[in-house]
Design a protein. Structure first.
Length: 242
């Protein structure tokens, strides 16, 4: 018998049937618990959805819009039929937004709720306000906790309409046009200041790599003296006395 044969480990024997039965019983118990939890969650979802649908309608001429990057889904009424015409999808370009306004006027809508999804809601919100509609900008967190909310785009706008028609949605704060314009200027100014600070740090790093200790001499590299020295270096001046 060779040494390799003597050191060879015996083949692992299969686990006893008792352990297999125990593992199989544990998997079945886990599947049963998971099924019961799913059924309980579904029953609770249907109960809350039924409670919402049983509420009295406070805004009969309401609409709900699900905002997207490429298209917007608009719902102006509750219907279980797919071809009812109360739910339509419109493209997100300018002609599509105008078609949404025409669709809402056709159904005599006077109040609209839409979620603040990214920045895609801004053109639609401004156009609908200019057309004279009452537009409620809704924080998505107001409707996410409700378990009865469907998840598809088509049913999502229908759910927003339903919540808005019974008065369960509150409008988020949206300042007036002048305040929005001033806020945009201030945000752009802050962005430019932050960007300028980063570029100053890049200049300081480049000077340090060239072994020019201007940051040790000057308190402000972007001051009059600092900019004069930088312009001289860019012109090709290498003599320190100049």
């Amino acid at each position: 018998m060779t040494a390799s044969t003597a050191q060879r480990k015996p083949a692992s024997s299969p686990p006893p049937s008792g352990q297999q039965d125990q593992a199989q019983a544990q998997r079945k118990a886990y599947d049963r618990r998971k099924t019961r939890a799913k059924a309980k969650s579904e029953a609770l979802r249907q109960q809350e959805a039924a409670q919402v649908q049983a509420l009295p309608v406070l805004r009969p001429y309401a609409a709900g819009i699900d905002v997207g990057s490429r298209s917007h889904w608009v719902c102006v009424g509750f219907s279980t039929e797919a071809a009812s015409g109360l739910i339509q999808e419109f493209p997100a370009h300018t002609d599509g937004l105008k078609a949404i306004a025409a669709f809402l006027r056709e159904h005599q809508v006077n109040t609209i709720a839409l979620e603040s999804t990214g920045i895609y809601w801004i053109p639609l919100y401004e156009l609908l306000q200019a057309e004279g509609f009452e537009v409620l900008l809704v924080d998505p967190s107001y409707s996410h906790p409700l378990r009865g909310r469907p998840k598809t785009d088509r049913r999502d706008c229908q759910w927003i309409y339903r919540l808005h028609s019974v008065g369960l949605l509150a409008a988020a704060f949206r300042p007036d046009e002048q305040t929005c314009r001033l806020r945009a200027y201030l945000r752009q100014r802050a962005n430019l200041i932050r960007s300028a600070s980063r570029h100053v740090q890049h200049m300081q790093k480049a000077l340090e790599q060239m072994h020019l200790k201007l940051t040790e001499i000057l308190s402000d590299l972007t001051g009059v003296t600092g900019r004069s020295i930088l312009r001289a270096i860019l012109r090709g001046t290498r003599a320190p006395e100049k």
